[in-house]
Design a protein around this ligand. Structure first.
Ligand code: HC1
Ligand code: SF4
Length: 571
């Protein structure tokens, strides 16, 4: 430990800590823009400058270590002036057209400018207008980039992809797609982690709300919306509501106010996925020699894109089951449309997802099995749904609670946990156990796959089937490590759940953005709580799923299921 003084407060702090860490631990705020703890401590923005007494220097707090006896001033006249000058220099290259920026009100640069009382701009330079490519879900506007390097570090260290890089030299140094490519020609998984870690509006997810508004206004179209598991525990954050007020029922009520004809639940399709994927796993497991191992989950499109570009020789290890989002679309435009006597070409399916990669998944040319049109017409992120509510002047806290519509609106506890890392595996094992033994396991029998390390393993015995070796992994850099181990033969699994985003969809790239806060674990904990409180905790016990099989699909892996609910990932 060393003894230091910050703003006249004497502190004992661990040796090796940075000034910023020491100050934050003591509750002394120091502004920063480029800093991401342990990921990006490069002092690029110079916002965290502090004065160290008895030296002539101002130093960046984020990467200067404390020294015994150090006396630090975080708010001296020199410090204030330096921060203001540095911020004005950043603003001199920034498109400050805040009124029409999607991050307005949630932009770290905007907030800091206000906090530092910068209300005029002496170095005003008209930034070059950006070329914006709307073919892909992740959109970059170069003129809003402040060169903080956060996206470069997140993509490189957390997602292991290196899609972003430094480009140019000197005063023209900027960040761009590596090797001067267009994003659509890279292996970008569109996970959106760069977006949720960008402090400004330089990286955003393409806004598709107008397509939905057009469909809602068309009297010939029946609009159907599905809401993903992880959306329900995050949507209310942008309205400052606690989880009790920002309930599922209020979200449903708000979607009905927006004007959707049917408000359904992706949880229904998650239960359906378990029926198909669980059956597929048992088919593979009991005919081991016919298949390549392990079997991988296929519900995360970020992961599917990653596998196909980075380890293409493992593509046939993916479950052929479509994701719940896509199963929902296919069932809505076949079973549901027939039940209601609707022309499937006039049913418009919207998904609300915590995910940017889901936009690309819905646009795959193979995802059109119900009637030849895309099974899902538009995907909106959680943030876009919140913007729809605001633009319709809906105040969710003032609404009563409403229920999802029937029959695609029911889901079990096993379905809602899809949104948290480990949830798909847990749910699949609950039903696989039932399918083999005819009896339910304890709903918490597989809790070893929940939470904890980002790459975890467990072995379970299913009587009559034998030992099943499973792994769960999230965050693509961890996924790469797992794939390398699988490839080297140093690990041996039967079934692996993979989610591209750290912590699973709860931490997806379409979720509300909070500066310097990672909320995947706390949102995931809410999903596990919903499961624990559910009356039904096994997908195979969802009565609407049972009715779907009884009256339409007949059996998991049957002919209709094969056509509507499975896909060839190599196509
Ligand atoms: Fe997900 Fe899934 S869990 S992939 O994160 O399998 O997006 O929430 O909807 O499809 O159910 C996302 C979440 C989501 C699918 C399900
Ligand atoms: Fe999308 Fe979830 Fe995959 Fe992230 S983990 S890319 S949010 S499906």
């Amino acid at each position: 430990m060393v003894t230091i003084k910050i703003d006249d407060r004497k502190l004992r702090v661990p040796e090796g800590n940075t000034i910023l860490q020491a100050a934050e631990d003591a509750g002394i705020p120091i502004p920063h823009l480029c800093y991401l703890k342990e990921l990006n401590e490069i002092a690029a923005c110079r916002m965290c400058m502090v004065e160290v007494e008895d030296t002539e220097r101002l130093v960046p707090a984020c990467n200067t270590q404390v020294v015994d006896g150090m006396v630090i001033r975080t708010n001296s006249p020199r410090v204030r002036q330096a921060r203001k000058t540095n911020l004005r220099l950043i603003l001199s290259q920034h498109d400050s057209n805040c009124t029409v920026c999607v991050r307005s009100g949630n932009c770290e640069l905007q907030k800091l400018s206000h906090d530092l009382n910068i209300h005029y701009q002496p170095y005003q330079v008209q930034p070059e207008r950006s070329r914006v490519d709307l073919d892909v879900p992740v959109v970059r506007e170069a003129s809003k980039c402040i060169k903080c390097m956060r996206c470069v570090q997140v993509c490189d260290k957390i997602q292991g992809m290196k899609i972003w890089d430094v480009a140019g030299t000197g005063g023209r140094t900027t960040v761009d797609v590596s090797y001067n490519r267009s994003l659509k020609y890279t292996d970008c998984t569109f996970c959106g982690q760069c977006v949720t870690h960008c402090p400004t509006g330089a990286l955003t997810v393409r806004d598709d709300t107008n397509k939905v508004l057009r469909a809602l206004a068309d009297p010939d179209v029946t609009t159907v919306v599905q809401v993903a598991p992880a959306v329900r525990v995050a949507w209310a954050e942008s309205f400052g509501l606690d989880p009790k007020t920002g309930s599922v029922g209020r979200m449903v009520a708000a979607l009905k106010r927006v004007g959707f004809d049917y408000v359904f639940d992706t949880n229904f399709a998650a239960d359906l996925t378990i029926m198909e994927e669980g059956s597929e796993f048992l088919e593979r497991f009991t005919h081991r020699g016919k298949y390549r191992w392990p079997m991988f989950t296929s519900c995360c499109p970020g992961w599917v894109r990653f596998l196909k570009s980075q380890y293409p020789e493992y593509t046939d290890c993916l479950s052929t089951a479509k994701s719940p989002q896509q199963m929902f679309g296919a069932v809505a435009k076949s079973y549901f449309a027939a039940q209601k006597g609707l022309d499937p070409h006039k049913v418009f399916v919207v998904s609300i997802m915590p995910c940017s990669a889901k936009k690309a998944e819905s646009e795959l040319p193979t995802m059109n099995d119900a009637c030849g049109d895309p099974d899902v017409d538009v995907v909106l992120t959680t943030r876009e749904m919140d913007r729809l509510f605001r633009s319709d002047c809906i105040v969710p806290a003032d609404l009563g609670e409403e229920k999802f519509d029937s029959p695609l609106g029911s889901g079990t506890g096993a379905a809602v946990i899809f949104g948290a890392t480990g949830g798909v595996m847990d749910a699949a094992l609950r039903s696989a156990y039932f399918l083999v033994t005819g009896t339910n396991p304890d709903a918490d029998a597989f809790s070893a796959v929940r939470g904890g390390k980002p790459w975890r393993e467990a072995t379970f015995t299913i009587p009559g089937a034998g030992e099943v070796r499973v792994a769960v992994v999230s965050g693509l850099a961890n996924v790469r490590a797992l794939m390398d181990a699988v490839d080297a033969g140093s690990v041996d699994y039967d079934f692996v759940e993979v989610m591209a985003c750290p912590g699973g969809c709860a931490g997806g790239g379409g979720q509300p953005i909070h500066c310097n806060e990672e909320l995947a674990a706390s949102r995931g904990a809410l999903l596990w709580k919903m499961d624990a409180k559910s009356k039904i905790r096994y997908s195979h016990e969802n009565p609407d799923i049972q009715a779907l099989y009884r009256t339409y699909l007949k059996a998991p892996l049957g002919e209709k299921s094969h056509h509507l609910l499975h896909t060839d990932h190599a196509a």
